[in-house]
Design a protein around this ligand. Structure first.
Ligand SMILES: NC(=O)c1ccc[n+]([C@@H]2O[C@H](COP(=O)([O-])OP(=O)(O)OC[C@H]3O[C@@H](n4cnc5c(N)ncnc54)[C@H](OP(=O)(O)O)[C@@H]3O)[C@@H](O)[C@H]2O)c1
Length: 289
C-alpha cells in the first residue's frame, strides 16, 4: 500500500480506542457519583470458538473501562426456558446494567425468545424487537452495535449521508436491517439488498456509500464499486477476510474500512459505551447526551 491508499483507510481501531476511553471516563464518573461500577453480563451458550473469543474480548474491554463483567455460560443443549430464565434474572438484577447474548445461539435454543427476555433498558446490544422498532422510528434506543459503530465511523470521517445513495447488502436483524434504518434516519436514500436481489452489481455500481454485510469472503467485486464511493466492509470471514475484494475496491473507492481493524473494533467499543450509558440512565445520575 502507498500513501494514497493509506489515506483511504477508515481506522476503526483508533476510533474504537477513543470511544473506549470515553466510556472509561463515563464509568469513572458513575462510580464516583454512586459507588457503583456499570455491570455488563455476557451470556454464552455452547462452545463455538469464535463466540468464546468474542465474549472474552468483550469482558476484557469491559474491565479495561472500569466496568464489572458478569459471566454466564451454558452448555450446548441447554433449553430455551433455562436461558430465558437466566436472562430474566439478569434483567431483575440491579447490579447488571447491560446484557449481551452472544450470537449465534446454537439450537435447540430459540434465539429470538432469549433476546426478547432482555429488558429494553438493558439491551445494550440492540437485539430486541423493541430496540429495533425504536431504531426504525428514530426514537432513542441502544442501536445494534455493529451498525451503530458504522454510523460513528461514517460521522468520524465526515461522510455526507444527507441525500446520498446508500446500498446495504444483507438484511439480518442485527446488521443489515438496523443499518438501513440508521442510514434512512440520516437522510440517505437506501436500497437494501439480499440473496434474492436481482442485478446486484448494477445496484451496487450506483452506491455513494456501500455497506457489505453478507458473510461471504470477497463477495463484492472491485468493478462493482463506483469510483469515489465509501465502502464499509462489515464482513468477517475465516482468515481475516472481509466481504469485499479489498485490493480491487481500494483502487476505486474514496474511503474503505480494512478487515481487520475497521468495523470489528467499533462493534465492541459501541457495546461498552452503550453499557456506560445504560448504567447512567438506570442509576439516574448523569445524562451524557
Ligand atoms: N465486525 C463485526 O463486529 C460483525 C458483527 C456481526 C456480523 N459481522 C459479519 O457481517 C457479515 C454478515 O453478518 P450477519 O450476521 O448479518 O449475517 P447473516 O445473518 O448470515 O445475513 C447475511 C445476509 O446476506 C445476504 N446474502 C447472502 N448471500 C447473498 C447474495 N448472494 N447476494 C446478496 N445478499 C446475500 C442474506 O440474504 P437473505 O436474507 O436473503 O438470506 C442475509 O440477509 C458476516 O461476515 C459476519 O461475520 C461482523
Amino acid at each position: 500500500m502507498n500513501a494514497e491508499h493509506d489515506a483511504k483507510l477508515m481506522d476503526g481501531r483508533a476510533l474504537a480506542q477513543r470511544v473506549l476511553a470515553g466510556a472509561a471516563d463515563k464509568a469513572a464518573r458513575i462510580k464516583a457519583a454512586t459507588g457503583v461500577a456499570p455491570g455488563l453480563a455476557t451470556v454464552l451458550v455452547g462452545t463455538d470458538p469464535a463466540s468464546v473469543v468474542y465474549t472474552r474480548m468483550k469482558r476484557r474491554r469491559c474491565e479495561d473501562a472500569g466496568m464489572r463483567p458478569v459471566r454466564l455460560e451454558f452448555p450446548e443443549g441447554t433449553t430455551t426456558d433455562a436461558v430465558v430464565e437466566a436472562v430474566e434474572a439478569l434483567g431483575a438484577d440491579a447490579a447488571v446494567h447491560g446484557i449481551l447474548v452472544q450470537h449465534p445461539v446454537p439450537r435447540p435454543v430459540d434465539k429470538r425468545a432469549v433476546f426478547e427476555a432482555i429488558p429494553v433498558a438493558k439491551d445494550v446490544d440492540g437485539v430486541t424487537s423493541a430496540s429495533l422498532g425504536r431504531t426504525i422510528l428514530g426514537m432513542s434506543a441502544f442501536g445494534s452495535c455493529t451498525p451503530a459503530g458504522i454510523m460513528r465511523l461514517l460521522r468520524e470521517y465526515a461522510v455526507e449521508l444527507d441525500g446520498a445513495y446508500a446500498v446495504v447488502i444483507g438484511r439480518s436483524p442485527i446488521l443489515g436491517r438496523p443499518m438501513a434504518s440508521m442510514l434512512i434516519n440520516a437522510h440517505a436514500t437506501v436500497t437494501l439488498c439480499h440473496s434474492r436481489t436481482r442485478s446486484l452489481p448494477t445496484i451496487v455500481r450506483g452506491a455513494d456509500v456501500l455497506i457489505a454485510a453478507v458473510g461471504k469472503p470477497e463477495f463484492v467485486q472491485g468493478d462493482w464499486i463506483k469510483p469515489g464511493a465509501v465502502v464499509i466492509d462489515a464482513g468477517y470471514n475465516a482468515g481475516n477476510v472481509g466481504d469485499v475484494d479489498f485490493p480491487a475496491a481500494l483502487e476505486r473507492c474514496r474511503l474503505i474500512t480494512p478487515v481487520p481493524g475497521g468495523v470489528g473494533p467499533m462493534t465492541i467499543a459501541t457495546l461498552i459505551d452503550q453499557t456506560a450509558d445504560a448504567a447512567a440512565q438506570q442509576l439516574g445520575v448523569i445524562n451524557f447526551e
